[in-house]
Structures are given as structure tokens and as C-alpha cells.
Ligand binder design. Structure first.
Ligand code: GUN
Length: 293
């Protein structure tokens, strides 16, 4: 069994980005600028956005954090999004999700100019990804592709099972694993809460990607000997022995599943750190106007 070290790979990618940014700035080009809008004080969102700001520093990007209280109106937020769309200083930006219930996430996403949508959530980017056109690919699936690539894991012709059908992970992941490319060219099955033979599907998977947000859902008997297991789960499970009061818990029962795997990602330190550097890679592409002029 080989552990996929997302933390180490993410450090490597950040260094690669920082080197490229230093070269750009050295040539007199503009330093890439990523902005983030954070609404309210959700613990998870605070942590993720702080990590994104820190990653920007490590990569040599300029970053701006724009905060609103949870009672901001939808119109006020949309107006700020439109301002950022027009702001030539800002190359790309994100609105951290989830948003308070009175604000339509879909409306916010669709208001972002797709050319600055470094999260890759806008329907134009999702659609372009689905048909294999240049676009911003959402961070978590792209981070997983990067791990498969850096560990030179074979995907062509493999049976890949994706657990979960979210817009952010499950659906784009399935789409990317079936595309004509490496990593990709896999035979993909998507399982979800209504799937009948989920256990049997998992048992046949050469590559199992668990992204349903149910701590410890994947058990040893569900995994084929020699499978590659990618754990996207990051549920905060209460743990009184920790200073934070919680333990970040994956969708896979790591201790019993790991001995059966050829490769497996841990939680934390697997997919999580890659998600953040994938956003940085998109911000670099935005800074270079590499995808959209
Ligand atoms: N909430 C959870 N993951 C993400 C992400 O990748 N981007 C944004 N904007 N919000 C999120």
C-alpha cells in the first residue's frame, strides 16, 4: 500500500507556482490577484478561506478578502460580484459556499463572469468541461486528477466508481474520469443515495472515489484488493480530546481499508490540500489570461 501524500504534493505545486509568478513579475507582468468573498462566520468556511489567503501568499499572489455579515442582502452581494467582474485589477474571484439560506447560490454563481470564475462553478465552465473545451475546472476534482498524475496511476480502461453526485465533486469527477485523456479514459459509474447495488459496484472498482460526506461509509468489505481509494470526505466529527473540538473525518474507514489498497489518500493530508492548490493553479491561469482573454 502506498499513501498518497497530498500535503507534500501541494507544497511542491505551490513552489512551482511561486517560481512562475516570480518570473512573471520579473518580466514586468502583473502579479496575479485573487479575491474571495466570505459571508457570515461558518467555522469550515472561515478555515478554508484563511487557508486560501495563506496559499496566495505562498504562491506570490495578491489576495483580497471581502467580508459580509450573514444578514447581507442578496442584491448587495450580487452588486459586489458585478463590481468584481468589472474590476480589471482582479484576475479571478470566488464566493465561498455555503451561503445563508436567503441568498440563492445559483444566482450568485451565474452572476460571476465565467472568465473570472476560478472555482469553475459557472454553467459555462461546467459545460465547457463536459465537452472537453478549455475552462476552469473545479478545484477538488482537479486536485484529484493532479494526484493521480503525480503518482502515475493508470486510469485508462479502469473501472472507476464515484460515490456522490454533488455539483462540486461527484458530477465533475465522473465527467473528468471518462474524458479522452490522461487521467481519464475510465469506465465510470456514479453511485448515490438511491443506488441499489452500491456495495457490489464498489467491490468491482479499480479506482474508488468517495465523496458523499458520510464519515466512515466505505468499509474493507466494499473494496477490491489492490484498488486505488480516494477519500474526499471532510466531515467535522465532535472530538472532546482535541483543542478544536472536532476531528476531520473522511468517508473511508482508513485503518481497515488501507491494507487492501494499492494507493490511498489519508484524511487530513490527502485531497484537502490539493483542493486549495488547484484553486491557485486556476488563479495563475486567470492572471496569465491563459484560458479566456
Ligand atoms: N465550499 C466548499 N468547497 C468550496 C469551493 O471549492 N469553493 C467555494 N467557493 N466554496 C466552497
Amino acid at each position: 500500500m502506498r499513501l498518497i501524500d497530498g500535503k507534500a504534493i501541494s507544497e511542491q505545486v505551490k513552489q512551482e507556482i511561486a517560481k512562475e509568478v516570480a518570473e512573471m513579475v520579473g518580466r514586468g507582468e502583473k502579479r496575479p490577484h485573487l479575491a474571495a468573498i466570505l459571508v457570515g462566520h461558518d467555522g469550515g468556511s472561515e478555515t478554508y478561506v484563511a487557508a486560501k489567503v495563506k496559499a496566495c501568499e505562498a504562491c506570490g499572489f495578491k489576495s483580497s478578502l471581502i467580508r459580509y455579515e450573514a444578514d447581507v442582502t442578496e442584491e448587495e452581494l450580487l452588486a459586489r460580484v458585478r463590481e468584481l467582474n468589472e474590476d480589471e485589477e482582479v484576475d479571478g474571484f470566488i464566493v465561498q459556499l455555503p451561503l445563508p439560506k436567503h441568498i440563492s447560490e445559483q444566482k450568485v454563481i451565474e452572476t460571476i463572469d465565467y472568465r473570472k470564475d476560478v472555482d469553475g462553478f459557472h454553467p459555462i465552465n461546467v459545460g465547457r468541461m463536459a465537452i472537453g473545451l478549455p475552462c476552469y475546472i473545479s478545484a477538488t476534482p482537479n486536485g484529484i486528477l493532479e494526484l493521480l498524475k503525480r503518482y502515475e496511476i493508470e486510469t485508462s480502461g479502469k473501472k472507476c466508481v464515484v460515490l456522490g453526485r454533488s455539483n462540486i465533486v461527484g458530477k465533475p469527477m465522473a465527467s473528468l474520469m471518462m474524458r479522452k485523456a490522461y487521467p481519464g479514459d475510465a469506465t465510470v459509474t456514479v453511485c448515490h443515495s438511491r443506488s441499489c447495488d452500491l456495495v457490489k459496484e464498489c467491490q468491482e472498482a479499480d479506482i474508488l472515489i468517495a465523496a458523499m460526506g458520510q464519515p466512515g461509509f466505505v468499509k474493507a468489505e466494499m473494496v477490491k484488493e489492490g484498488a486505488v481509494v480516494i477519500d474526499v470526505g471532510t466531515t467535522r466529527v465532535p472530538d472532546a480530546t482535541r483543542k478544536s473540538g472536532f476531528k476531520l473525518t473522511g468517508d473511508v474507514k482508513f485503518d481497515e481499508v488501507a491494507p487492501k489498497c494499492s494507493y490511498i489518500t489519508p484524511v487530513p493530508g490527502g485531497v484537502g490540500p490539493m483542493t486549495i492548490v488547484s484553486l491557485m493553479k486556476n488563479a495563475l491561469l486567470a492572471g496569465k489570461k491563459a484560458i479566456y482573454k
